[in-house]
Design a protein around this ligand. Sequence first.
Ligand code: ZN
Length: 198
Amino acid sequence: MEEGSIALGEALIIGQTVRGRSVFAPRDFGAGSFIIEFGGERFGRDEYISLVDPDNNHFLQIDRNLFLGPTETADNFINHSCDPNCGLRVEAGRAYLFAIRPIAGGDEITFDYSTSMDEDFWEMRCRCGSAACRGRVGDFKHLPVETRDRYMALGAVPEFILSGLGNKPAVAGMIIETRAGAGFSSATGEARAALQAS
Ligand SMILES: [Zn+2]
């Protein structure tokens, strides 16, 4: 196992930025490192649509008709970026973030919400501030082809999204260490907090 690739049960840092509560790395992580598992109660699509606050969406889609609800742990406060340092992986009904590039201690943890979205429902205006900012965040299928290809090459696109595109799942290039029953703090993207649907 590469150094820095296991972070089981390790607490991430929840801080405050202009975008609201945000999550930061407590130390350096190498590319491919496990970062956090998302927790939250499971809801079907109809329940999600009836429960979600579009201006403060803390749900995370993990299958065509399955969403993880809000939590009160770090996973709930991870912000979107159009140039993220983490990617999403969904395996056996569980959702994880892993580093898609080296992360330094103190860096904000981010992922691209579009890599979790194939829902034909919610969108948000993006203010991530990256040079690559798309301005809006919506379903993965609406991303530019080169952006989709990059996330697929990183193994950061869940199978339910790939199958919706008619693509075969990408072969995972990195192994994410998990441990059954480990006490990860988990959650769903309250990072979505700082976001606005318009
Ligand atoms: Zn952006």
